[in-house]
Design a binder for this molecule. Structure first.
Ligand SMILES: CC(=O)N[C@H]1[C@@H](OP(=O)(O)OP(=O)(O)OC[C@H]2O[C@@H](n3ccc(=O)[nH]c3=O)[C@H](O)[C@@H]2O)O[C@H](CO)[C@@H](O)[C@@H]1O
Ligand SMILES: C=C(OP(=O)(O)O)C(=O)O
Length: 514
């Protein structure tokens, strides 16, 4: 029985919200339990506020009920991690499918009048946000019973006036609605794109890329107003001013949805772009040049196909897991590493003295991406002679760069890390000093890291950016004693049950709330 006192605890308040959202959807506790692969008694306990809730479970309840319970959880009961570091890790950890491909594929599913099934989609908050936006405009998005696959069926007419502004504003990926919608609506409005705290990220390259398709955008009061000129059917040639990933995806989606041929130059050949192309090929769109910087897309006026696509593995997760092994000086195996997108990272790490072994290559479930199992061995690392800097693919992945700051702190000597891409991602990495590292910010884009570090435990507030947040958590695995990372909910934006999976390798991590 719920007492009056219980009703005022945050868990009980969330429980009450869940109950009313469930009743509003007309579901019984048993039906909700079934869709979450849990028991009816667990739902009863959650609704009574007598069951601890992980952020992952809350995200899944959120998705099942099409509710918006996450901001509530995020603002009222932040999750913290307590880490007892300097533990040797062992065993195998498997790389999940990628956040960045998932969000692009979800947006691309708007091109398809048939049924799209995306297999092995990561259960992460960024996916939930796009799912919430799609549902709000009338798209049926359903998780499979086992919670791994998403079925997407769009209605004949999308109701853009009903768009979930709140979910849309919390993700930058909403910008990728422009491409698929271009060929479908003569005029539409979209909310401004949001995202992590990494400094200014312009959307101008997207506007430049989509102009040749007839898009004209004006912005006012937090809304983009799009007007689209009719397709003349002529060959379109797009030259991207930046080799960005989402801008390339936007151009590809615009090209796929229009009758005619489009050539895209200076395209990103990065992993998520390749996933998008493989999916579009299943939809019957011919794309020449996949994996290169020149793409020729043979678009179709109407796309109507029932397809299933296996989202491929995330190179940034692979880098994160590899870093966990490196900083704890452990031997672990990272299984299902998309090797094409980790080659430069591994070449740099080899120069730094990292010892690792690779299995034979094998294909990912999409039949296209090449995978390996990577075993990392304890190694004495030295600083590289040259600075470490990212480049658009093929180059060291921009999202993998933060992990090199941590690895450099474990290596002997001085390393310069140059993040020319983001104005304020490097600054978050100076939090490593709290754990004993010698990391100096030379300017907003350059870090000087001197190692090796004698890591020691500390309490740190989680940086408001995904990769730096994970970097600090991984540093805590190296640090002697107990560390606390406060307010870690941002990690669930891009990683599914990261703490649980690190625990399976032997990490001592406890989750708690105030
Ligand atoms: C959902 C998704 O896929 N997100 C990824 C995508 O975001 P996304 O494609 O949105 O990245 P942006 O377009 O914001 O580019 C990141 C920054 O790099 C700059 N820039 C980019 C390319 C270039 O050739 N020149 C240049 O200056 C941009 O101006 C911007 O400041 O790519 C980023 C860069 O790889 C990654 O960090 C993100 O994880
Ligand atoms: C910057 C990132 O992603 P997004 O483009 O979703 O903000 C990231 O994945 O580190």
């Amino acid at each position: 029985m719920t007492t009056l006192e219980d009703d005022t605890t945050p868990l009980a308040v969330i429980g009450t919200l869940i109950r009313s959202a469930r009743q509003h959807k007309g579901l019984t506790q048993a039906q909700l339990a079934e869709s979450l692969s849990t028991s009816q008694s667990a739902i009863a306990r959650i609704e009574q506020g007598s069951q601890n809730l992980s952020v992952d479970m809350l995200a899944r309840i959120n998705a099942a009920l099409e509710a918006d319970l996450l901001p509530f959880a995020g603002t009222t009961r932040p999750t913290h991690l307590r880490v007892t570091g300097a533990q040797q890790l062992s065993g195998t950890i498997t790389v999940n499918s990628s956040k960045n491909a998932a969000v692009a594929l979800l947006c691309a599913s708007l091109l398809n009048r048939g049924r799209t099934v995306l297999r092995r989609v990561a259960r992460i908050v960024e996916v939930d946000r796009i799912v919430a936006v799609l549902r709000s405009i009338g798209v049926q998005v359903t998780w499979s019973e086992d919670g791994h696959d998403l079925e997407i069926v769009r209605p004949e007419h999308l109701d853009l006036s009903a768009i979930d502004n709140d979910a849309a504003r919390r993700t930058r990926s909403i910008i990728m609605f422009f491409g698929p919608l271009l060929g479908q609506e003569p005029a539409f409005d979209l909310p401004y794109a949001g995202g992590c705290d990494l400094g200014t990220r312009t959307v101008e390259p997207h506007m430049i890329a989509l102009r040749p398709f007839g898009l004209d955008v004006s912005a006012s009061a937090g809304v983009y107003h799009a007007a689209v000129a009719p397709n003349t059917g002529e060959r379109v040639r797009v030259v991207l001013t930046e080799r960005g990933d989402t801008v390339t995806e936007n151009a590809i989606m615009a090209a796929a949805g229009r009758e005619g041929v489009t050539e895209i130059r200076n395209a990103s050949p990065n992993y998520m772009v390749q996933d998008l192309c493989f999916y579009l090929e299943l939809l019957g769109i011919r794309i020449d040049g996949i994996g290169t910087t020149t793409l020729t897309v043979h678009g179709a006026g109407e796309i109507n196909a029932d397809v299933e696509y296996q989202v491929s593995e995330d190179p940034v997760e692979a880098m994160s897991m590899l870093t966990a092994g490196i900083v704890t000086n452990s031997e672990i195996t990272v299984a299902r590493v998309p090797i094409e997108f980790m080659e430069i990272e591994l070449a740099v790490l080899s120069e730094m003295g990292l010892r690792y072994t690779l299995s034979e290559e094998y294909p990912a479930l999409n039949g296209r991406t090449r995978l390996v199992d990577l075993t990392v061995h304890p190694s004495a690392l030295k600083a590289p002679i040259d600075k470490i800097h990212p480049m658009p693919f093929p180059g060291l992945n921009i999202d993998n760069l933060p992990f090199f700051a941590l690895i450099a702190a474990c290596a002997t000597g001085h390393t310069t890390i140059h993040d020319w891409v983001y104005d304020s991602r490097a600054i978050h990495l100076t939090d490593l000093t709290r754990l004993g590292a010698n990391v100096r910010l030379l300017d907003p884009h350059r870090l000087d890291v001197t190692g090796p570090t004698h890591w020691s435990g500390a309490e740190v507030s989680c940086p408001p950016a995904l990769r730096p947040a994970v970097v600090i958590l991984l540093a805590m695995l190296a640090a002697k004693g107990t560390s606390v990372l406060r307010g870690v909910d941002i990690i669930a934006r891009g990683y599914e049950q990261l703490a649980d999976r690190l625990r399976e390798l032997g990490a001592h991590i406890e989750t708690f709330r105030d």
